[in-house]
Design a protein around this ligand. Structure first.
Ligand SMILES: O=C(O)c1cccc(C(=O)CC[C@H]2O[C@@H](n3cnc4c(=O)[nH]cnc43)[C@H](O)[C@@H]2O)c1
Length: 241
């Protein structure tokens, strides 16, 4: 496999569409890269896998920097993928399973009131939702067997059954939560680039229980998924939307 290592990132082969995969931490980056096919000699349009840090702010800043750098080199990306491990809402997203976001939702961006949570959109600001291209989501589910549903972005990992239930009540289609998707999506949207989010479930969303974590299994699921996804991502371009 032709794989160039640079500071904080790996470059592997892809096809016509330029794809940026944003993972939070190096183990996730390496799990994604391990699933990618060998680069074609002299191949154009690499698929880049980078680390963007934990949490939406770090993810947005690092993704924006990578997108801007690529655009300034006249090699803009056609698609950004937020990928990594995440918590799964039970029983719909069991540990070890794969989830693809049909919506990337900022679940705790808003205000607490006596009557409950208000998203920033109801306060008159911004956005709390990005929608990946439906056709691409469909192709990902077909290629990998991933379930499609909302993936929530939170700044605080859920640690109680009560909070898990409250999130699910506000977002009935939610299958997973993680901490970077919305930040990656905001950076992509600011540059007019579509976004996708893929999460391998490492733990249930709910009461904190480190013994229930299955990080190696989730990383293996991520590797397997990207093995199947490479042709889908390569073959897709933003005009397919
Ligand atoms: O110490 C804890 O109780 C705890 C529980 C869940 C996650 C963490 C992390 O520090 C990992 C954050 C990291 O992994 C993604 N992730 C994985 N599972 C979840 C989750 O259930 N809720 C939110 N994020 C999760 C996340 O995207 C970060 O990159 C600690």
């Amino acid at each position: 496999m032709e794989l160039q290592a640079e500071e904080g990132r790996l470059i592997a082969a892809a096809g016509p569409g330029r794809v940026l995969v944003a993972t939070a931490v190096p183990v996730e980056r390496d799990a994604v890269a391990a699933g990618l096919p060998a680069a074609r000699a002299g191949g154009e349009a690499p698929l880049d896998v980078i680390t963007v840090g934990v949490g939406p702010a770090s993810a947005a800043a690092a993704t924006a920097a990578a997108l801007t750098a690529a655009a300034l080199r006249d090699r803009p990306y056609d698609l950004v993928v937020s990928a990594g491990i995440g918590g799964g809402f039970q029983p719909d997203a069991p540990v070890g399973s794969l989830v693809v976001a049909d919506e990337v939702v900022a679940a705790d961006l808003g205000a607490e009131t006596e009557d409950g949570f208000l998203p920033v959109t109801e306060l008159g600001f911004g956005t709390v939702r990005h929608r990946p291209p439906g056709e691409l989501v469909r192709r990902v589910t077909e290629a990998t067997g991933a379930r499609a549903g909302a993936v929530l972005t939170v700044s605080t990992v859920t640690g109680t059954a009560a909070r898990a239930a409250a999130l699910r009540e506000r977002h009935p289609t939610a299958l997973a939560e993680a901490m970077e998707g919305f930040g990656v999506a905001e950076a992509a949207a600011a540059q007019g680039v579509p976004v996708l989010e893929i999460r391998a479930v490492s733990n249930p969303v709910g009461p904190r229980d480190r013994d229930a974590w299955r990080i190696p299994d989730a990383l293996a699921a991520l590797t397997e998924a990207f093995g199947k996804l490479a042709p889908v991502l390569e073959g897709w371009n933003r005009h397919d939307r």
